[in-house]
Design a protein around this ligand. Structure first.
Ligand SMILES: Cc1cc2nc3c(=O)[nH]c(=O)nc-3n(C[C@H](O)[C@H](O)[C@H](O)COP(=O)(O)OP(=O)(O)OC[C@H]3O[C@@H](n4cnc5c(N)ncnc54)[C@H](O)[C@@H]3O)c2cc1C
Length: 228
């Protein structure tokens, strides 16, 4: 019997950031047969999800759920098929076409992050992706044969080797900075307020309504269980 242990510090693909982009990328690479590790700096529980995000999955993205092994998220109880309607100072813009359940690209989905994020992590783990939560990537260096990543987790610093590194660490990407990319900053000067409501009758066809004027925007999204 071999006493050699499987070396989990050597992977084909290291994905930095374990949110939606990171998990989706990890699933795809593992489907291609690569050994993949995801590093997520925040500690993650089974139910963790991104709070500052709404629910609108655009029509071109809906078919991607199937390929990620998440077709069940399109079922009633998990999400609400919807279409966007924009009410603007210049008039009302309706998304064209009707809702056809056989054509995922014919509708958008109101899919909450509390459902999507755990399902994505679960799908990645089921595919054999190693998910290191509470483990931030602090350094990345390339040599002739691949990458060395320096990580810091609860158990202290640890070094990993990977053939390819994917930066999925969000809009203030640490990886991009480490690799010398120039940062761009744009003043925002806005404030947003979100809330969950019950008792609001959904508009016809479960439309998601976006009402905008020159500076402000209000949105409503029909959700599962009669919530908005
Ligand atoms: C108010 C609001 C509403 C939105 N509504 C919608 C919507 O309705 N529909 C839509 O499609 N999009 C929406 N978005 C945009 C959407 O939330 C983002 O595009 C999406 O979440 C980005 O995902 P991501 O995986 O690229 O990055 P993130 O979700 O930012 O994830 C990056 C991850 O990387 C981790 N990380 C960072 N640095 C390191 C490091 N050094 N080592 C390890 N891990 C690291 C972070 O902890 C984080 O978990 C909204 C955004 C906001 C702010």
């Amino acid at each position: 019997m071999s006493t050699q242990k499987y070396d989990d510090s050597l992977v084909d693909v290291a994905v930095v950031g374990g949110s939606i982009a990171g998990c989706a990328t990890a699933i795809r690479f593992s489907q291609l047969g690569y050994r993949v590790a995801v590093f997520e700096k925040k500690p993650v529980t089974e139910r963790s999800y991104k709070k500052l995000c709404t629910h609108f999955v655009q029509p071109h993205a809906v078919p991607l759920l199937n390929g990620l092994g998440l077709a069940h998220l399109r079922e009633p109880g998990n999400s609400v098929p919807t279409k966007a309607v924009f009410v603007t100072p210049g008039g009302v813009i309706e998304a064209p076409g009707g809702y056809d359940p056989e054509q995922p690209q014919s509708y958008a989905l109101n899919l909450e992050r509390r459902v999507l994020d755990p399902a994505l992590r679960d799908a990645a783990r089921r595919r054999g992706v190693q998910y290191f939560d509470g483990t931030g990537v602090e350094g990345a260096e390339e040599d002739g044969e691949g990458w060395t990543l320096d990580t810091l987790g609860e158990a202290g610093p640890r070094r990993f080797r990977a053939r390819l590194v994917v930066a999925a660490d969000g809009r203030r990407s640490r990886l991009a900075t480490l690799l010398g990319n120039r940062a761009e900053e744009h003043p925002n000067e806005r404030v947003a307020l979100f809330g969950y409501f019950t008792g609001i009758e959904p508009p016809e066809g479960n439309r998601s309504v976006f009402i905008m004027n020159d500076r402000d925007l209000a949105c409503s999204y029909p959700l599962v269980d009669g919530r908005t």
